[in-house]
Design a protein around this ligand. Structure first.
Ligand SMILES: [Zn+2]
Ligand SMILES: [Zn+2]
Ligand SMILES: [Zn+2]
Length: 110
């Protein structure tokens, strides 16, 4: 009976695979997205502006340092470049109405 129970629990855990419980970065930030700092009034990618680029798709905000940069659908992909340059692993969407977070290390959304 106990073995049967444990198997059921294992299967349930696997089926919840979309929940990034194995990501310590997202866990450390907390479970409440509304507790994150608001994207704020910044509506441009700092790095694009600095290099004279005026086209980007969506904005992402680093939850380590607050750096706002553009997503992987943008020509310059500065959010990924920021992770590679700084090692800051977690960002959130800086789009209005969006509050999801992303860990680059585990490629987990939370
Ligand atoms: Zn992680
Ligand atoms: Zn950019
Ligand atoms: Zn950062």
């Amino acid at each position: 009976m106990q073995i049967f129970r444990r198997n059921r629990a294992d299967r349930a855990g696997r089926e919840r695979g979309s929940t990034p419980t194995s990501c310590p970065e997202l866990a450390a930030i907390g479970v409440d997205p509304s507790a994150d700092p608001e994207p704020g009034a910044q509506r441009c990618c700092e790095d694009c502006v600095a290099m004279g680029e005026h086209h980007w798709a969506h904005l992402r905000k680093c939850l380590v340092c607050g750096h706002v940069s553009c997503c992987d659908s943008s020509p310059r992909r500065h959010a990924t470049a920021h992770f590679e340059a700084t090692g800051h692993p977690v960002m959130r969407s800086a789009e209005p109405g969006e509050s999801w977070r992303w860990c680059y290390i585990h490629e987990a959304m939370g």
